[in-house]
Write a new protein. Structure first.
Length: 201
């Protein structure tokens, strides 16, 4: 067989081979999480600080994507960028796997009237304003869809509002969410956040 042909066959085989990835280790993820993340995000990802998101029970792929985005600087947050900067791919896999296996926590709604208004918007959107229902992507129970849409149910209202505002000011970059967030008033953001805080699945 000519050497040139053999060379191209080897290149093709290398290119088609799957990338090696170590199996995630949730025990190692727990240790890494407790050493550097739990101060802000609470035991097992159950944050007790309303400004910091509840991470327990969040989708594995979504967690991995977001931590990696902080590490690369694509997602802006001075604290999180610094925390993620030193993490390896394996550590991100481990931490995300550990958190995704923890039971979801519900922060709880405190204003039923505000939450009721938020539910209408979450489930129905607004055709006149070309505002899609949140449930279309995040599901009727707020459970989300793996890497595509995060679990929103039970999240702190304060964090949900800050996340929506981050889409409007460019701190977070997602064309679909930015478009939606720009159409929401601050009152509507509060209504949605209050409804989601008490939503469980």
């Amino acid at each position: 067989m000519p050497m040139q042909k053999l060379f191209f066959i080897l290149i093709a085989l290398i290119a088609s081979a799957p990338a090696f990835s170590e199996e995630a280790d949730p025990a190692a993820g727990k240790a890494a999480y407790e050493a550097s993340c739990s101060v802000c995000h609470g035991k097992n990802g159950a944050s007790v600080i309303p400004a910091n998101p509840i991470l327990s029970g969040q989708h594995l792929d979504y967690l991995k994507t977001q931590i990696a985005s902080y590490r690369s600087g694509e997602r802006k947050n001075a604290v999180m960028v610094g925390m993620a900067a030193t993490l390896t791919d394996q550590q991100i896999d481990d931490i995300a796997t550990y958190l995704s296996q923890q039971p979801p926590v519900i922060s709880g709604s405190t204003d039923i009237d505000v939450a009721t208004l938020g539910e209408r918007l979450y489930r129905g959107g607004s055709l006149a304003r070309q505002l899609p229902a949140c449930a279309a992507c995040h599901g009727p129970t707020g459970a989300g869809i793996a890497a595509l849409a995060p679990r929103l149910s039970g999240q702190y209202p304060q964090y949900t509002i800050s996340a929506l505002k981050a889409y409007t000011n460019g701190e977070r970059n997602n064309p679909q969410m930015s478009s939606i967030a720009h159409k929401l008033s601050e009152v509507e953001m509060q209504q949605l956040a209050e409804f989601l805080a008490g939503l469980s699945y």
